[in-house]
Structures are given as structure tokens and as C-alpha cells.
Design a protein around this ligand. Structure first.
Ligand code: CMC
Length: 367
């Protein structure tokens, strides 16, 4: 009999498989297929980065044109898909969009036949589904101009606005949200993919897992407290009182990044630009006060979600969209991980250590 291996709870610092999609380290590096994710956010387009993650190499200009065209074509919802999104949105209007998105994805009839196209089709359609779930048939900001790319179209679908400068900022955040090696939702996707359940169930698992406040759900929990803060002193008191009560502050801490989250640093730099334009410098000042106090008190850095919430707010995006936006972007990373998992598959099925009672005899114990 082979011996089982004991690993730390939460699989902390355990390498469970190899990947060539992305890497992170505790010093604050995030690499997509060999390129720095923050460099890509600064200089590449969403489509270039999505192509890179899914295909392993940056596209040539012909490949980029072809990929962008395909993505755009796939993003259109069929009448049946639109009807499903509208039905779920109107039947459960009080559900968070992420829950309704998960239900739609699990029930959607995809047009594509092969797995690779099905994966891309789901990712391409998420912005349209989200918009439909939120706006229903009452409003349709979803119609995009022929020339706009994924990010500009997505931005218009959820805000109703066509603002090139703001949608460029939005694109940068989408790129940073796109991929993050074996994070919980991606791992859930890989577990489901490893059973050979197929793309739709795997995406559904990933969406269910992303929702939790310790993972993607953090970004929508942050905004309310940030907006309630009115001064630096109040920001500091807020941190002190949460820590005194041993409560966690959403948007801080990370399993891998112990000194800094490179995405948070990058986004903070971008916020400075937008804050000047929008006259929202105070919000950034209070956020920095919270960040400084957390670092002084616990040596815990802000993670991407802390600054993403502020960034999205400054870009004029409504809070219900924050987590679905994370899901939309991450679904391109899920594309790459699904393919990597099934290309060299081994069922993911760990052991457990049983610590319950033993040798009980049915019918011999008193109730
Ligand atoms: N506020 C206050 N204390 C914290 C926080 C926080 N946000 N995060 C960690 N700590 C403390 C924690 O209380 C513990 O302290 P002690 O050792 O005294 O008990 C210590 O730091 C280690 O925390 P942990 O929860 O055991 O660490 P982990 O690696 O299991 O957790 C985490 C990582 C992200 C779940 C955690 O930092 C957290 O809950 N953060 C808040 C939720 C959040 O912002 N999530 C978004 C993560 S980034 C986006 C994404 O990838 O989804």
C-alpha cells in the first residue's frame, strides 16, 4: 500500500501541478506566459493578452485580427441565450448578478461544437449576459460600434457610455484580473475539468467558487466602507476597530503576495490619473490611509480588490457589476487552464485523514 502524504491545511504553499500559463511569487511578481502582467496591462490590448494566455504566444497582426473578429462574433447572444438570461434576471431580480450568471452559464445552449470553441464562446458571452441580467429588456446599452474591442464594448454594455479614455482604464483592470495561476476558482475549474465533465460544468464550478468574499467577492464588499469614510482619522479608526475585534478587512492580505500585490500597486497608479480628472482625490487619500495603517499594524498589504473597487467606482461603474467583471476577465484564464488540464489529465482526487469515531456497531448504541 502506498503511504499518503500530509499537506498543510488549505494546500498553503503546496505545488499540486505544473502550469505554463502564469506564475506568482511572494515578492510580488505576476507573469503571464513569460510576460509581466503589469507590462501587458500598460501596453497590450485585452485581445492580445487573451490570445497570449489561451495560445501560449502573442498573436501576429493577422492572428490578432482573426481572433478579435471571432471573439466579437461569438459575443452575440442567440435568441435562446438572450431569453434564458432575461428569464433568470426577471425571475430572480434580487439575486446577485454572479449567482444568476452561474445559473445562465450552467443552462446555456452553446452554438459551438468543439470544446475549445465552447470555452471561448462562454467567455465571449459573459458581458452580454451580465448586461442582460442587469438591464433586462428595458434598456439595451449592449449594441456596440463595429470597430470597438472587447473592453470598450463591455464598458458600454454596463455603463451605457462610450468613453475611450475610461474604457482604456477598464481594459487595464480586465487584463490584470484575467489570470492568476491556481487561485481557488481556477482550481475548482481544474478539479471539475479533471473528471472530464466538460467546459460548461467546469465554468459553473469556477463561477460558484469565485463568489466567496475570501476570493472574488471581496471587491464588491469594499466599496461601501470606503465611501462611508470621511477623513484620514476616521480611516485609521476604522482599521483599528476592525483589528481590535479580530475582524478581517476585505481587500487586504493574499495567500501568495506577502509584501505587495503588483496588481494593487499598478491600479493605484492608474487611480491617481482618474482621480484628478474626476476630482475624487479624497477617496484615494482615505484608501491610502487605510492601507498605511494596515501595514503598520499587521504588515498586511492591500490586494488587487481594494484598489479595483475604487478604480471601478471612479470609472462610473455600478457596484453590482464588480464581481461579474472579475468573472468575465478571469474566464479567459479559465479557458487556458481547462485546456492545460485536459491535455495532460489526471483526476484530481486527494485523500483525507479520518478523525471521526471508529468501530461503532449499528443497533448497539443508545440514542
Ligand atoms: N484583515 C485582517 N487580518 C487579516 C486579513 C485581512 N484582510 N488577511 C489576513 N489577515 C490575518 C489573519 O487574521 C491571520 O492572522 P493571525 O495569524 O493573527 O490569525 C493572518 O493574517 C493570516 O491570514 P489567513 O487568512 O490565514 O491567510 P490566508 O493565506 O489563508 O488568506 C486571504 C488569504 C486572501 C483569504 C486573507 O488574506 C483574507 O481573508 N483577506 C480578505 C479577503 C480578500 O480581500 N480576498 C481577496 C483576495 S485577492 C483577489 C483574489 O485572488 O480573489
Amino acid at each position: 500500500m502506498t503511504e499518503s502524504i500530509k499537506v498543510p491545511k488549505g494546500l498553503e504553499r503546496v505545488i499540486v501541478d505544473q502550469t505554463s500559463i502564469s506564475s506568482t511569487d511572494s515578492k510580488g511578481h505576476l507573469i503571464y506566459r513569460g510576460y509581466s502582467a503589469t507590462d501587458l496591462a500598460a501596453h497590450a490590448s485585452f485581445e492580445q493578452t487573451a490570445y497570449l494566455l489561451i495560445n501560449g504566444k502573442l498573436p501576429s497582426s493577422a492572428q490578432l485580427t482573426e481572433f478579435s473578429k471571432r471573439l466579437k462574433e461569438m459575443s452575440n447572444l442567440t435568441t435562446q441565450q438572450e431569453a434564458l438570461a432575461e428569464f433568470i434576471g426577471t425571475t430572480y431580480p434580487d439575486n446577485p448578478i454572479i449567482d444568476n450568471l452561474r445559473t445562465v452559464i450552467s443552462g446555456i445552449k452553446l452554438e459551438s461544437k468543439d470544446e475549445s470553441s465552447q470555452l471561448l464562446e462562454m467567455a465571449a458571452k459573459i458581458p452580454g449576459i451580465i448586461s442582460k441580467l442587469y438591464y433586462g429588456s428595458a434598456q439595451s446599452p449592449a449594441k456596440g460600434g463595429a470597430q470597438s474591442g472587447y473592453a470598450a464594448t463591455f464598458y458600454r454594455m454596463i455603463t451605457g457610455k462610450s468613453d475611450i479614455s475610461l474604457s482604456k482604464h477598464f481594459e487595464k483592470l480586465l487584463i490584470l484580473y484575467m489570470e492568476h495561476e491556481f487561485n481557488a476558482s481556477t482550481f475548482a475549474l481544474r478539479v471539475t475539468a479533471s473528471t472530464l465533465a466538460g467546459p460548461k460544468p467546469s465554468f459553473t464550478s469556477a463561477l460558484a467558487t469565485l463568489k466567496g468574499p475570501l476570493h472574488g467577492g471581496a471587491n464588491s464588499e469594499i466599496l461601501n466602507y470606503l465611501l462611508s469614510v470621511k477623513s484620514r482619522d476616521e480611516a485609521i479608526k476604522y482599521v483599528d476597530s476592525k483589528l481590535a475585534k479580530k475582524e478581517k478587512i476585505m481587500g487586504f492580505g493574499h495567500r501568495v503576495y506577502k509584501d505587495k500585490d503588483p496588481r494593487a500597486e499598478f491600479v493605484k497608479g492608474q487611480i491617481r490619473e482618474v482621480a484628478k480628472r474626476n476630482g475624487m482625490e479624497k477617496l484615494l487619500e482615505f484608501a491610502e490611509a487605510i492601507e498605511e495603517r494596515m501595514w503598520e499594524s499587521k504588515r498586511i498589504p492591500a490586494n488587487v480588490d481594494f484598489y479595483a473597487a475604487i478604480y471601478l467606482y471612479m470609472l462610473g461603474i455600478k457596484e453590482p457589476f464588480y464581481l461579474p467583471i472579475f468573472a468575465a476577465a478571469r474566464s479567459f484564464g479559465w479557458n487556458a487552464h481547462y485546456k492545460e488540464q485536459v491535455a495532460d489529465n489526471k483526476l484530481i482526487r486527494p485523500d483525507s485523514e479520518y478523525i471521526g469515531p471508529k468501530n461503532l456497531k449499528f443497533g448497539h448504541d443508545k440514542a
